[in-house]
Design a protein around this ligand. Structure first.
Ligand SMILES: Nc1nc2c(c(=O)[nH]1)N[C@H]1C(S)=C(S)[C@@H](COP(=O)(O)OP(=O)(O)OC[C@H]3O[C@@H](n4cnc5c(N)ncnc54)[C@H](O)[C@@H]3O)O[C@H]1N2
Ligand code: MOO
Length: 403
């Protein structure tokens, strides 16, 4: 049986980048840039005033208090009509280009104008050369990489892309994810479960997780444990980039998943991973490098499906869109209580992580009742990672997967 690390490596190895497409930056939020964003110009494009005040020549103020002639007023979006010379100043607003000749700006608060003589300004202090001026090219030079490929598009990137690429972004297209929920016992959200029946929680939950991860979802609904029905659904699901099949992955008499996938030419890469919950995870691939489909058979138990999604499906989706090197693990959580994992599999245990006063973070394992317990996961924001056959003491550091 593979370890979690080995299984994650296999998933990454088989997930190829999807083709790229150009789209509006705002619609690419959360996606990864597929190319470097390069500044085509210097920024700022001109020496820029950073305060409302007066543009002047700093050397004129070397002896402190000085009275200068105001030659014009420059507002943002306009340029000076003439250069200033020694003894002169231009009224200037934040964001406006400095007039030629000027090298500094003094804030209006540090000046005085005599109401009898409004064409002159009294400079009340010595001005340091370059004060309140953002020099041309100081932020970015022409050809500089502003955002490297692989960066996630967040609001700040949307702002920068609006500056340099016409608000467009080149990204790997969103993955399509098809979802099948198998099981004779399953009913939809508005149907009263009969004896032995349960509601399909995995289907909608997996859909929500896939959307959150940036995918476009095709929900194929509940499929009975019947060879023909499941075969047809699998064939449809294999048109997507990723197919998720919930349930039927273990060794029960109706666990048809693995054999039907093999019949449809899906190559098994691994079946079973050493973790709890989620051991029966199945992973395979159909097709070569050209438009392959990655197939995950997720264990039917809801918590097992959720944990496998966060660890393995998310890793695949990240690889497909170029969000590389995003580890599911965050380290350095201080355990709030003793914890024993007597089992022979590492456990990913629902827990609540919070900020610690004075820095750092703590993690409190919840009172989780096992793979069928989704309700406790609703109180969790993390899965604390505990090694197999292990004992932990309060105050020890553990890593976690954020959920
Ligand atoms: N003899 C063995 N039995 C089991 C093993 C094993 O190694 N040997 N593994 C156990 C583990 S661990 C898990 S996890 C489950 C997973 O089994 P399956 O993937 O085959 O899932 P099912 O049997 O179809 O369902 C398990 C459980 O989950 C409920 N379920 C299924 N689908 C949904 C859904 N869409 N929404 C909500 N709940 C769902 C289902 O009713 C079952 O209660 O196998 C163990 N058995
Ligand atoms: O691995 Mo199963 O997912 O323990 O319940």
């Amino acid at each position: 049986m593979l370890s979690v690390t080995e299984a994650l490596e296999e998933v990454s190895r088989h997930a190829f980048r999807l083709p790229t497409q150009e789209c509006l930056a705002i619609e690419a939020m959360g996606m990864a840039l597929a190319e470097d964003v390069i500044s085509p110009v210097e920024s700022p494009a001109f020496d820029k005033a950073m305060m409302d005040g007066f543009a002047l020549i700093a050397a004129d103020t070397d002896h402190g208090n000085v009275n200068l002639e105001i030659v014009e007023e420059i507002t943002a979006g306009n340029t000076a009509s003439e250069a200033i010379e020694s003894g002169q100043a231009a009224r200037i607003m934040t964001g406006a280009p400095l007039p030629p000749g000027a090298d500094s700006v003094i804030m209006v608060e540090d000046t005085q104008i005599d109401s009898e003589n409004v064409d002159r300004v009294q400079i009340l202090q010595q001005v340091k050369r370059g004060s309140h001026v953002l020099k041309k090219g100081e932020l970015l030079s022409k050809g500089q990489v502003v955002i490297p490929a692989g960066s996630i598009i967040r609001p700040v990137e949307v702002g920068i892309l609006s500056d340099f690429t016409g608000a467009k972004a080149l990204v790997h297209r969103r993955p399509t994810v098809a979802i099948i929920s198998t099981g004779d016992e399953l009913v939809g959200p508005n149907i009263e479960p009969g004896p032995g029946q349960i509601r399909n929680t995995n289907g909608p939950m997996l859909e929500a997780m896939a959307i959150e991860a940036g995918a476009v979802v095709k929900q194929l609904g509940i499929v009975r444990d019947n060879r023909d029905e499941l075969s047809a659904a699998i064939a449809e699901g294999l048109e997507a980039d990723v197919l998720l099949i919930s349930g039927g992955m273990s060794v029960g008499v109706k666990d048809l998943g693995p054999s039907l996938l093999a019949e449809q030419g899906v190559e098994k890469i691994f079946h079973k991973v050493k973790l709890k919950p989620g051991k029966p995870l199945w992973f395979g691939k159909q097709g070569g490098t050209d438009n392959p489909t990655l197939v995950f058979g997720l264990p039917g138990n809801p918590a097992s499906s959720l944990v496998c999604f966060h660890l393995f499906v998310r890793t695949a989706l990240n690889e497909l869109v170029g969000r590389s090197n995003v580890s599911p693990f965050v380290s350095g959580f201080l355990l709030t209580r003793d914890f024993v994992n007597p089992g022979n599999r590492p456990v990913f245990f629902p827990a609540f992580a919070s900020r610690k006063e004075g820095g750092g973070a703590t993690i409190a394992p919840l009172n989780w009742k096992g793979s069928a317990d989704l309700a406790t996961l609703a109180q969790a924001n993390a899965l604390a990672c505990f090694e197999e056959n292990s004992q932990y003491e309060a105050g020890q550091f553990v890593s976690a997967v954020m959920v």
